[in-house]
Design a protein around this ligand. Structure first.
Ligand SMILES: Nc1nc2c(ncn2[C@@H]2O[C@H](COP(=O)(O)OP(=O)(O)O)[C@@H](O)[C@H]2O)c(=O)[nH]1
Ligand SMILES: [Mg+2]
Length: 280
């Protein structure tokens, strides 16, 4: 479905493995609309057995009950998990509190022994999950860069968040996992994969299939004032949407590419409602 270059993968991963050696924990950013699709099993090579805090970012784009289900899911696996709308200024304070909570015992013990311990965290995740937005939200405008530390690549800087927590200012970009086809489609639908390498009508049709499966066709009928039935073909649904939105080619035919863009843009911006693509 998607062209892929494995060489690129190993280079990125190797750099992250080096950077991760000096980290105590990892903030793994996930898109709440498809959290499981955002996980690349390769990331274990970067993280090892250090603590992970999964961040269900873009929580504003799904319903609360979906968030609760995923938090339960990650907690049952023994991982920390929080939800976040990182576009709200100051919202990421919960991350600092969660990090301190994970290292509570260590911080308390060190306090008793008068040892200064700074927890270093690295933000990582696949493209478009919101890593940069989170780093900016955490650091604010006044980035208190603490300077290079031994063993850190020169370009890597630590940002002090409070007396006990620092984060790496450049988030780690994990490559998406395309091995599972359904997950790959979810990533394409939500915008984690560059549109240029995708066949957009194919992706739009996959989204329509999802709507069918989740009994959400009424949303499309309402949103685009069309009248599609359960047995209407996906390609025809896409054409109805395009027709309504004036996606017409010179000869009068419907412009499928533009129709696909209309549907995907509306979905990605949340105009079609709060919709989670994964059912667990
Ligand atoms: N609705 C919503 N959009 C978000 C949130 N966090 C990030 N975004 C948007 O998602 C897009 C990708 O964010 P960015 O931080 O660049 O992702 P990165 O590629 O992981 O660094 C941007 O358009 C952000 O504005 C969020 O919590 N809610
Ligand atoms: Mg970024």
């Amino acid at each position: 479905m998607i062209n892929w270059f494995p060489g690129h993968m190993s280079k990125t991963l190797k750099q992250m493995q080096i950077d991760s050696k000096i980290c105590d924990c990892f903030l793994y950013v996930l898109d709440s609309r498809c959290p499981l699709s955002c996980i690349n099993p390769e990331f274990v090579k970067v993280i090892g057995s250090k603590p992970i805090i999964f961040i269900l970012n873009k929580s504003d784009l799904v319903e609360k009950y979906d968030i609760e289900k995923f938090i339960k899911y990650f907690n049952l696996q023994g991982n920390n998990c929080i939800s976040l709308n990182s576009t709200i200024s100051g919202s990421s304070k919960i991350i600092i509190n969660t990090i301190k909570n994970v290292f509570k015992n260590k911080l308390e013990n060190n306090k008793k022994r008068n040892v200064n311990f700074i927890i270093r965290a690295m933000v990582l995740g696949i493209p478009n999950s919101g890593k940069s937005t989170i780093v900016n939200n955490l650091c604010g405008k006044s980035r208190a860069i603490t300077g290079n530390k031994a063993g850190v690549t020169r370009s890597k800087q630590w940002v002090k968040l409070d007396n006990f927590v620092e984060i790496m200012d450049t988030p780690g970009v994990l490559l998406p996992n395309f091995e599972n086809e359904e997950y790959a489609y979810n990533l394409a639908i939500t915008g984690a994969i560059k549109d240029e390498i995708l066949n957009l009508p194919d992706i739009a049709i996959q989204l329509i299939k999802k709507f069918k499966k989740m009994n959400l066709l009424t949303i499309l009928n309402t949103k685009y004032s069309i009248d599609i039935k359960d047995n209407t073909q996906e390609i025809d649904i896409l054409k109805f949407i395009g027709k309504k939105r004036g996606c017409i080619l010179k000869g009068g035919e419907i412009d499928i590419d533009r129709s696909a863009k209309v549907l995907l843009t509306d979905f990605r911006s949340g105009k079609l409602g709060k919709i989670c693509l994964e059912i667990i």
